[in-house]
Structure formats: structure tokens, C-alpha cells
Design a binder for this molecule. Sequence first.
Ligand code: HEC
Ligand code: HEC
Length: 311
Amino acid sequence: MKMTPAVIFAGSVLILAAVVAVVVVLPYYHTNQTQPSEIFRPRTDAEAAGRQIYIENGCVYCHSQSIRSIDWGLGAERIADAGDYVADRPILLGSQRTGPDLSQQGGEHPDDWHMAHFANPRYTSPLSIMPAFAFLGEEKIQELTAYVQSLGMKDADRRMARQNKWKEQAVAAYEKGPDKNVQWLHDHVPETWRKMANPYPTTEGGLARGHKIYQDFCMGCHGPIGDGMGPAQPYLYPPPLNFTVLKDRGITGGILYYQIMNGITGTAMPYFKKHLESEKIWDVGNYVAEYFINQSDAGEDIGGIDVSYEP
Ligand code: HEC
Ligand code: HEC
């Protein structure tokens, strides 16, 4: 065939059309066939408004919203499915994990934790490098919170229902005063833990470690002197515990450990089992016991764990 300008033109158009078909039309056709996954549900208006704020403020530059099978190290609870994203335009999968993955964020914390965290992330997480979003104002922060609490869709709704159920009880217990509140808090701790002393004896090194961990993880809520008056306090209800109320109320190292490890659902108290190794939990527990409660059972032999540890 003779390469006339018309033939070259027609050939170029054909090549372009083929490329567009493979790169645009076929994928579009294919993704349009995606069926909603079993956790899918449409967003409410507040959640959709929050998603817009998420896009406008570049949250996607630090947070992914997709857990892959290789991400089990994150403690992944659900491998993302294309059907989770059918309503998303644009999809916010993200490629950076400067902050944690948020695809299952809904119900991880109660709403009050998010209000404090968005106002200033260092209130709840003293080492955070996430920017403060107080400038958005309360209404937008509420919408943003509604959005992050919807991540995980039906699974998130189940977790939120659990948070709200426990919050009601936590608030009721708090309003009945310290005796009833401490009793309520400790009723959730299994008996073995309630009777367990901190197996590590108090040492200068252990207290120094505990002090540092307290500053890095706890101070924004429980406050520098353990009275529950950290900067997050005005946002949280029930407010962070004033540790001094625990004195002479049956507190043990085991209770402190159990609560720090698992958190207290329905309150802003997060679980720390993903952040702190076992020894660090004992150390920060003993720091709280020695300095704020003024009553420590560290190293006492009242049964429980017999550690293979030489102080
Ligand atoms: C500069 C990076 C950065 C940006 C931008 C950013 N974050 Fe974060 N985010 C982090 C880091 C780091 C953490 C972990 C420490 C903490 O809790 O603050 C975090 C934590 C979080 C958490 C708590 C996760 C958990 O369960 O502990 C949520 C929710 C969150 N970010 C939402 C957002 C939203 C919504 C935006 C946008 C308005 C945003 N982030 C913008 C870095 C960022
Ligand atoms: C985001 C705020 C927040 C952070 C951060 C936080 N706490 Fe709490 N903490 C709370 C709240 C709220 C409660 C429950 C108050 C209530 O229900 O009366 C609580 C309760 C507790 C209890 C329960 C005491 C008991 O006798 O049952 C312990 C122990 C505790 N916190 C220790 C810690 C330690 C140690 C850290 C850091 C590793 C920490 N908390 C970080 C908010 C927080």
C-alpha cells in the first residue's frame, strides 16, 4: 500500500482508537460490572459532605483506604473488595501510609475521640504529625467524623452500634459518681486479671520507661499530673479518668494492664495492644500506680504471672 497522507492519517486514527478502547472503554465497561459487596451501603448526606471535606483537605496524601492481603501486619480485618467502592467517584485508595489505613476506621473510636483528634491530633495522640483541623469549625468536623465513622460501611455500623451501646452505660456509670464508676469499669475486667499484681518489681529504669510512654501516649487525655485534665478533656464524655479516684478502690496491676491493653469501648480510652509491647504496658501501668494512684503492687507475690525476669 502506498503511504499517502490519507492512509497515514487513517492508520493513526485506528491506532488511537485501539488504545482508547483498551485503556479507557474496556476498563470502564469492566468496572461498571462491579457488584456492591456484602458490606456496601449508600452514604448519608452528612457522610457525603464529610467525604468532600476529606478530598478538599488532602487526607488521601497521608491515608490509604484499601487493605490488601499482604497488609496482614496492620492487623487487617477485612481485605478490600472492588464492591466496597462502587459508589466512590473519585476512589480514594491512596498510596501513602503516613497515617494508618482508614478503610475500616468506622467504630474504631467513639465520636468524641474524633472531635478531640480533629481539633488537634496531639490532644489524643501526643506524638502525631497529622495537622490540626480546628480551622474547619465544629459543623465540618462533625461531617468529617460522620464520614470516617462510615468507613467500613455495614461493618462500621455494627461497630458504631457497639460503641453507642457502651457509651450509654459508661456515661450512666460516670454520672453516678466515682464509687459506681470504678465498680463499673472493673466489672468488665475478668477475675483472673483483677486479682493479678504487676509481676515486675518497681525499678528506676521501669519508672523512667513508664514516664516516657505516659508522655507519648496518655498525657493529652489523662493530663501531666494524672487528674484527667489533659487538653483533650473538654471534648470527651465521659472525661478521661482522674487516676487518684482509684486509690483504695481495689485497683491491681492486672486491672491497669487489662484496661490499657484493650481500651474501654464506648469511652475515648483507646486500646494500646497495637502500639505497646507487653513490658511497656506493665511499665506505664506501674508508673500510673506509683505516681498518680500512689498505690502499687509491683513485684508482690499474690499469684498471677511468674515472670522469667531478673531485675
Ligand atoms: C501529614 C499526614 C496526615 C494528614 C494530611 C492527615 N492525617 Fe490523619 N493521621 C496521620 C497520622 C500520622 C496519624 C496517626 C497518629 C494520630 O492518631 O494522630 C493519623 C491518624 C488519623 C486517624 C485516627 C486513626 C486511628 O484509629 O488511630 C483518623 C481518623 C485520621 N487520621 C483522619 C484524617 C483525616 C480525615 C484527614 C484529613 C482531614 C487526615 N487524617 C489528614 C497523618 C495525617
Ligand atoms: C483519648 C483519651 C485517652 C487516652 C489517650 C488515654 N486514655 Fe485512659 N481513659 C480515658 C477515658 C475516657 C477513660 C474512662 C473514663 C471513664 O469511663 O470514667 C480512661 C480510663 C483509663 C483506665 C481505666 C482505669 C480502671 O481502673 O479501670 C486506665 C488504666 C487508663 N485509662 C490508662 C491509660 C494509659 C496508661 C494511657 C496511655 C497509654 C491512656 N489511658 C490513654 C481516656 C484516654
